[in-house]
Design a protein around this ligand. Structure first.
Ligand code: SF4
Length: 322
């Protein structure tokens, strides 16, 4: 059988650290703590974890919307963290973001035409006389109709507003699309439509996607690879099928056990996690998941587990030594 052609890496993140100032002069709060991954051109990485794990901060740091404390980010080989002036302006064209809340991310006083004309003109993707035609094409690309360009955001449903948000991101012909929980504010039936739209657009436009979600089931059908984050770190990273079929990290196993099965009669062994996600200002010693881990054992509370085959868990060392 022929091997799939490996595409060159478009986005590479290396040992990225993002910190926020601590409260009352305390130590900085580390929201992202040394994460690394790479996405080949035209592929999708699903970045998953509970609220507050640092996944959205990661997306914002890649786009320079939040400062980084350490690490490297390259887009097509260019050092993103060193860009300024025209280089940063060009980054904002090549890499776009689709936000979670399509209502607050659209200006209620602008029609769709004005909303989409702005990036087209700013990034010189269309001359003024071409804007209407270009907006009409963008609306059709996201499943809306050109006659909708004169309406305001309040005249659309949540799903339609997210389609407008996607059209606005596509207006500047990006290569990388960071989708930051793009469906979590939508009804379940609409979620599937938006995920399918993003998948179709990715194929047509050869987009590279970083798809951020708190729900593993949402990213399943769109992700080539999946990375699971917990308290600022990636605890498991691997091919999507492998992670879904045989999750190795106890946290991934717990997240997957909560995903509803297509067959309601199928046996379900839900792993209930006790306690809340700790604060990044008070990270547990050793494995940061150990206070909630159902499989905690000997070294877990003291020793930070190394990453073995994409999994940060002492059980990996155990299985290799037996
Ligand atoms: Fe659980 Fe220990 Fe693995 Fe951490 S290292 S996930 S506490 S078994």
């Amino acid at each position: 059988m022929s091997q799939p052609v490996q595409q060159p890496v478009l986005l590479r993140v290396t040992d990225l650290v993002v910190e926020y100032p601590g409260r009352a002069g305390g130590p900085p709060l580390r929201a992202v703590d040394g994460i690394s991954f790479a996405i080949p051109r035209g592929r999708t990485l699903g970045l998953v974890g509970e609220s507050g794990c640092g996944k959205s901060t990661t997306g914002r740091a890649i786009l320079r919307l939040t400062p980084t404390a350490r690490g490297a980010v390259t887009l097509d080989g260019r050092d993103v963290l060193a860009l300024h002036g025209g280089g940063l302006f060009e980054l904002r064209r090549r890499a776009q973001i689709v936000f979670q809340d399509p209502f607050s991310s659209l200006n209620p006083r602008l029609t769709v035409l004005s909303t989409l004309a702005e990036p087209l003109l700013l990034h010189r993707r269309a001359a003024r006389r071409e804007v209407r035609d270009r907006v009409a094409v963008l609306l059709e690309q996201v499943g809306l109709t050109p006659d909708m360009m004169h309406r305001y955001p309040s005249q659309f449903s949540g799903g339609q507003r997210q389609r407008i948000g996607i059209a606005r991101a596509l207006a500047v012909e990006p290569e990388l699309l960071i989708c930051d929980e793009p469906v979590s504010a939508l009804d379940v039936t609409v979620q599937a439509q938006i995920v399918n739209l993003l998948r179709d657009l990715q194929e047509q436009l050869e987009l590279t996607l970083l798809f951020i979600a708190h729900d593993l089931s949402v990213v399943r059908h769109i992700s080539d690879e999946v990375a699971v984050m917990y308290l600022g770190r990636i605890v498991e990273h691997g091919p999507g099928d492998r992670v879904y079929e045989t999750p190795r990290h106890p946290y991934t196993q717990a997240l997957l056990s909560a995903v509803p099965k297509p067959d309601p009669e199928a046996p379900r062994d839900r792993i209930l996690l006790t306690g809340d996600v700790p604060s990044p200002s008070d990270v547990p010693s050793g494995c940061r998941f150990h206070p909630r881990c159902p499989q905690v054992f000997g070294p877990c509370a003291e020793v930070d587990p190394p990453v073995v085959d994409g999994v940060a868990c002492h059980l990996m060392g155990e299985s290799q030594s037996t």
